[in-house]
Design a protein around this ligand. Structure first.
Ligand SMILES: O=C(O)c1ccccc1N[C@@H]1O[C@H](COP(=O)(O)O)[C@@H](O)[C@H]1O
Length: 213
């Protein structure tokens, strides 16, 4: 089966057009003010209108309240919600129930126990996104171009769909797929020319590398 592709942190029409042209499956919209990729509801609405049905839209949140998620879901016409903070299984279940959308739970990975913790979200989350654990004092809990030891997820046989994130780039994504068998790959900083500035050529190269893998 083809590996699904998510390009996260889309904040401009050019980046959105590049992701669509490269036939990415999902565009990620970041609703987390400390991120250089953060967009507000107005920008999300404009991007959603431009995207139409050409690409799926995933909203990224970090320990957000219902009001923040509700506004983004409406404005960005989101197809899925990605929870990238410390959301418990109970909070994931609440978000799923309230918004009736697929929920992707990001889990920070530094060791085998972190991967095993995906089991806590069984029958709750729709997809587990394994991402690198950022340092305690990091400005963001993701989107920092950090990768983790991919051999940790290679044995993952969970019942939930899953994806791989963290430091993926056009140069390493083929190896990441061949070493992990990830059904979905997600990148943000690996397809940028500067923090928060997407590079259309890198988006295109990333999607080509995934399809060639
Ligand atoms: O992209 C961000 O700014 C961001 C902010 C807060 C949490 C997660 C964020 N991004 C997600 O992090 C992973 C890995 O990103 P990268 O490829 O290493 O830059 C990815 O899922 C992004 O969606």
């Amino acid at each position: 089966m083809a590996t699904a592709i998510k390009i996260c942190g889309i904040s401009s029409p050019d980046a959105l057009d590049a992701a669509i042209a490269a036939r990415a499956d999902f565009a990620g919209f970041v609703f987390f003010p400390p991120s250089p990729r953060h967009i507000d509801a107005r920008a999300a609405a404009a991007l959603a209108g431009r995207a139409g049905a050409a690409i799926g839209r995933v909203g990224l949140f970090v320990d957000a309240d219902d009001g923040t998620i509700a506004e983004a879901v409406r404005a960005g016409r989101l197809d899925a919600v990605q929870l990238h903070g410390n959301e418990t299984p109970q909070r994931v279940a609440q978000v799923k129930e309230r918004f009736r959308l697929p929920v992707w739970k990001a889990l920070p990975v530094a060791n085998a126990e972190d991967v095993a913790s995906a089991d806590r979200y069984r029958e709750i989350a729709d997809l587990i996104l394994f991402d690198a654990k950022t340092p305690k004092d990091a400005a963001l809990p993701g989107g920092m171009g950090l990768r983790f030891d991919w051999s940790l997820v290679a044995p993952y046989r969970g019942e939930i769909g899953w994806g791989l994130a963290g430091g993926l780039s056009p140069a390493n994504v083929a190896e990441a797929i061949s070493r992990t068998g990830a059904p979905l790959v997600d990148t943000s900083s690996g397809v940028e020319s500067a923090a928060g500035v997407k590079d259309s050529d890198k988006i295109s190269a990333f999607c080509k590398a995934v399809r060639a893998a």
